[in-house]
Design a protein around this ligand. Structure first.
Ligand code: COA
Length: 588
């Protein structure tokens, strides 16, 4: 039987919850297991509820899953929040029996192990920060986590703080182990950590690291950005990579300047990208319009967070789709892609750069706060497997005065002059313009240029990768989803189909321009269509209604957390028994 084990560490921000989850994840990966993490923490540096969940399997993991098998509760809040999820069969390791800030009750069918982590850290080790490592020691002893790999992860993380810190943490681990040996000598623990299997040729990446890897594979040579949660680490990772591969990472004074530098870099002929979050997207709208009008290829990665305004900087949301597809003023076409998992973060960043070059357009790449720090082991990317597209640069010209940068073409795309190409004119203008780039406002030119800018995308649905579909024609329910909700839906659909339910799913990666033909064909092939997404309005459902003949049912979560497979499954079961289609459903 497949291994499928989820360990959740929960406590207060500042107690080392996130590090503990990372150590478990690294140990599992070193054992040759598949892993997927889910982390959530407040916007404060210290305090508030933080969790780090690691799902471990010997088979491909599709999503974060529905819950946990093992809970490590660092404090009373972690216990209270997770109490309803302590089902028979789960195991809890908690900060007790005395010395922590709570007393746990008995829960039927739940194995409980009290480990006085706070007490040992404060009174024996005289340093509260060691609490998490006392807990890790207990976890090792209880579930057989390999100590060597945990210790080597601890060494790698803390050696920059000094050997004394490393040794101190090793000591904390030993005390946690010893507590279990002394107090639970006859334990019969329900779960054991999977034994090592063959190491796979994988790399462990977070979503934001994967965007930076994709940027370099796709040929980006410039990254200009202003730091913003949860997008900042894209630039941090690019600094490391571009030191080796060549390129420039430039931190600007705000998001407007950031996109201006990206447009400037691309204007010189280099592939350029930025990453930001919702507030940055709001500020960048004017310059996205400039890139549309001047036909300069750019990529903007939007790592979405809960908005509007400052909103919930560290929380999951899928609510920037309208802003990315429709934001700004004027008739401004652009492309929007959305990543569902870490592999997509690599692949779609390459696609985004390719599409920007091919169509000389802005491409928006959507990720989100959860995906930005979600860790997965993915096959080591082979650069040679990626097709890389370069823009249509103009050939050297005999006379710059006759070069038409905005030449009207059937495809809508015109060869681009760039500084250094002799005899080309390399204007980039935000004013409406004639073919030679000179300002014009007469109706004929305006019509021709507007139509040229939109004509570029006439065939994009056929030119881009076909949308993956699960299920068969005639199914009772069709689910269309985007971004991280795709990963969750895949798991739910697999379960529903295994139970014999006729449920299909469509997984578009390009959301805009709307892949109208494939959405309409899918909708025609099933009895009802539902669009689950993590926003209040049902933004993709509305865009589908606007640009196709399909009127989907909306299913929305807007609580700052991703949907989980069980919720999609329950929604589908409800819709399967309903005769009359609902217009809207929500989950809180
Ligand atoms: N020994 C020594 N150091 C330890 C340790 C141990 N046993 N366990 C943890 N630490 C250190 C970690 O290395 C980390 O230090 P670093 O930042 O120098 O790497 C620190 O203690 C915090 O531990 P960590 O496990 O990373 O996080 P946490 O679970 O305690 O939660 C966060 C803290 C993540 C919630 C918080 O730091 C944070 O980043 N909040 C979000 C801030 C933000 O983005 N706000 C939005 C602004 S718009």
């Amino acid at each position: 039987m497949a291994i499928d084990l989820t360990i959740k560490v929960a406590g207060e921000g500042g107690e080392g919850v996130i590090s503990s989850g990372d150590f478990i994840m690294q140990a599992a990966t070193r054992s040759g297991m598949e892993v997927m993490t889910f982390k959530s923490f407040p916007a404060e540096i210290k305090g508030g509820y933080a969790l780090s969940q690691v799902r471990i399997s010997d088979e491909k993991i599709l999503s974060q899953g529905d819950g946990f098998d093992i809970l490590v509760a660092f404090n009373g809040e972690a216990y209270e929040v997770n109490k309803p999820l302590l089902k028979p069969g789960t195991v809890m390791v908690w900060d007790g029996p005395h010395g922590g800030d709570f007393e746990a009750e008995e829960h039927e069918g739940v194995q409980m192990f009290a480990v006085p982590m706070s007490d040992i850290a404060k009174n024996t080790l005289k340093n509260y920060i060691a609490k998490n490592m006392v807990a890790m020691g207990a976890v090792i002893e209880l579930f057989g986590l390999p100590e060597d790999s945990l210790k080597s992860s601890i060494h790698d993380k803390f050696i920059k703080k000094g050997q004394a810190i490393v040794d101190f943490n090793y000591q904390a681990i030993e005390l946690g182990r010893q507590w279990i040996r002394d107090n639970y000598p006859d334990r019969d623990v329900k779960y054991t950590f999977p034994a090592s299997t063959a190491q796979k040729d994988v790399i462990i990446l977070e979503g934001n690291q994967a965007i930076s890897v994709g940027a370099v594979i796709g040929g980006a040579k410039f990254y200009g950005a202003y730091p913003i949660t949860p997008a900042t680490s894209v630039g941090n990772h690019l600094v490391d990579i571009m030191h080796q591969t060549g390129g420039v990472v430039y931190q600007t004074e705000d998001e407007i300047s950031a996109l201006a530098t990206v447009i400037g870099a691309s204007f010189t002929g280099k592939k350029a990208i930025t990453a930001t979050a919702g507030p940055g997207i709001s500020l960048m709208q004017e310059l996205i319009g400039l890139a549309v009008m001047s036909e300069v290829p750019i990529v903007v990665a939007d790592v979405q967070r809960g908005g509007p305004s400052t909103g919930m900087p560290t929380k999951h949301d899928q609510s920037d789709l309208f802003a990315c597809a429709l934001g700004g003023h004027g008739d401004a076409p652009r492309v929007v892609l959305a990543a569902a998992n870490v592999q997509d973060c690599v692949d779609l960043t390459v696609d985004a750069l390719n599409l920007a070059e091919k169509y000389q357009t802005p491409v928006m790449l959507l990720s989100d706060a959860s995906l930005s720090i979600q860790t997965e082991a993915i096959p080591r990317p082979n650069v040679a497997d990626y097709e890389i597209v370069d823009r249509d640069f103009a050939k050297p010209q005999p006379d710059p005065s006759i070069f038409n940068r905005y030449q009207i073409t059937d495809s809508g795309v015109s060869p681009m002059g760039a500084p250094g190409i002799p005899g080309t004119n390399y204007a980039a203008t935000g004013l409406e313009h004639a073919e030679d780039s000179g300002p014009r406002t007469n109706p004929e030119t305006r019509n021709a240029m507007t139509e040229k800018r939109w004509r570029k995308f006439d065939g994009i649905e056929d030119a881009y990768k076909p949308i993956e579909r699960e299920g068969e024609d005639g199914d009772d329910l069709g689910i269309i989803c985007w971004g991280m909700t795709q990963s969750v839906t895949r798991e739910a659909v697999a379960r529903l189909r295994a139970q014999g339910h006729k449920v299909s799913a469509l997984y578009p990666k390009m959301l805009w321009p709307m892949p109208q033909k494939q959405i309409e064909a899918f909708a025609k092939s099933v009895k009802k269509v539902v669009v689950p997404e993590a926003n209040y309005q049902g933004q993709f459902a509305d865009l589908i209604k606007m640009r196709t003949n399909v009127v989907p049912i909306k299913f929305n979560a807007y609580r700052g957390e991703p949907l989980i497979p069980r919720e999609i499954e329950a929604m589908a079961l409800e819709l399967l028994k309903e005769e009359a289609p609902k217009a809207r459903m929500a989950i809180h």
